[in-house]
Design a protein around this ligand. Structure first.
Ligand SMILES: C[S@@+](CC[C@H](N)C(=O)[O-])C[C@H]1O[C@@H](n2cnc3c(N)ncnc32)[C@H](O)[C@@H]1O
Length: 256
C-alpha cells in the first residue's frame, strides 16, 4: 500500500509517513506490553513463564537500549574502558548499544544525514560521531576494538583490502576486529549491499593475510545466512585462553 502511495506523494513524504507509523506502533507495542507485564507480574499468582515478547517490546524499550545477538557478540570484543572505532556506524543505535563500557568511541559514516540522526537520537558522552568515508585515512589509533557491522558488502574487494590494512595498523596489540555481513542479496538494482565473497571461507581468506587468529561463523536466524567475523593477533572470544583474559580485563565478569 505504502509503495503505491509513494508513487503518488513521492518517496520522501511516504518515508516520513511510514517512519511516523512505525514509531507510533513501537510506542503502542511498548504500552500494551507494559500492561501485560503489570497484570502478569504484579498480581498474584506470579506466572512461571516469562513471555519473551515482554523483553522485546517492553524491557528493551523501557531501558532505551537495543539488544540483539549481534550486539551481545560485539560487546564480547570490547574491553571495559577500551577505545573503539565503529566503521560505517549508521544511525548510532547499534553503536550506543555496544559501547556502554567503552571509554572512548569514534563512530564514522559517510552519510551526513545519518550522522546528524545519530547525534540527535543516540548521543553519549563517550561517543564522537564523524562524517567520514571509511576509504579515507582512518582516525588515529590505537583502538582496542574496530567494529565493522553490516557494511562490508558496500565496498569492492580492493576497497575492503585497503580498509583492512588501515584497520590492522590502527589496532592496539591484542586488539580485535569484529563485524558481520550478509551473504545474500535481494537481487534489486537499488540495493547497494552486494557481497563480493560467496562463503565463510571466502571471508576468512579476505581477513587471514592481516591477522594470525581469524574466526568466521555463519548464523541463520531465519532471514538467510549471516556471517560474523572476529580477527586479531591475540586471544579472541571463545579461544581456550579467553576466560582468563576477560577476568584480567574486567574483574566483574567471571567466565571460568
Ligand atoms: C546497513 S548500514 C549499517 C549501519 C550500522 N553499522 C548498523 O549495523 O546499524 C550501512 C552503513 O554504511 C554506510 N557506508 C556505506 N559506505 C560507506 C563508506 N564508504 N564510508 C562510510 N560509511 C559508509 C552507509 O551510509 C550506512 O549507514
Amino acid at each position: 500500500m505504502i509503495l503505491r502511495g509513494a508513487q503518488l506523494i513521492g518517496k520522501q513524504r511516504a518515508e516520513r509517513l511510514a517512519m511516523a507509523g512505525a514509531a507510533l506502533s513501537r510506542r503502542l507495542a511498548a504500552f500494551a506490553h507494559r500492561q501485560q507485564r503489570n497484570v502478569q507480574w504484579q498480581i498474584a499468582p506470579i506466572p512461571q513463564r516469562y513471555d519473551p515478547y515482554l523483553f522485546l517490546y517492553h524491557d528493551q524499550a523501557a531501558s532505551g537500549r537495543y539488544q540483539s545477538g549481534r550486539s551481545l557478540l560485539a560487546s564480547l570484543c570490547i574491553p571495559s574502558g577500551g577505545r573503539v572505532l565503529d566503521l560505517c556506524c549508521g544511525d548510532g543505535l547499534f553503536t550506543r548499544a555496544i559501547t556502554r563500557s567503552a571509554h572512548e568511541v569514534i563512530a564514522l559514516d559517510y552519510d551526513a544525514e545519518t550522522i546528524e540522526y545519530a547525534r540527535q537520537h543516540h548521543p553519549s558522552a563517550n561517543i564522537e560521531y564523524l562524517v567520514q568515508d571509511a576509504r579515507a585515512p582512518l582516525p588515529a589509533g590505537p583502538f582496542d576494538t574496530v567494529v565493522w557491522v553490516s557494511s562490508l558488502a558496500y565496498f569492492t574487494a580492493a576497497e575492503a583490502a585497503c580498509i583492512l590494512e588501515c584497520v590492522k595498523a590502527s589496532l592496539a596489540p591484542g586488539g580485535i576486529l569484529f563485524g558481520c555481513t550478509s551473504l545474500v542479496h535481494d537481487g534489486s538494482e537499488s540495493n547497494p549491499h552486494r557481497p563480493f565473497f560467496r562463503s565463510k571461507e571466502d571471508l576468512a581468506a579476505l581477513l587471514s593475510p592481516y591477522w594470525r587468529n581469524v574466526k568466521v561463523f555463519s548464523i541463520d536466524s531465519g532471514t538467510g545466512p549471516f556471517l560474523y567475523f572476529l580477527a586479531g593477533d591475540g586471544v579472541l572470544p571463545f579461544d581456550p585462553d579467553w576466560p582468563a583474559q576477560i577476568a584480567s580485563r574486567n574483574p566483574v565478569a567471571n567466565l571460568t
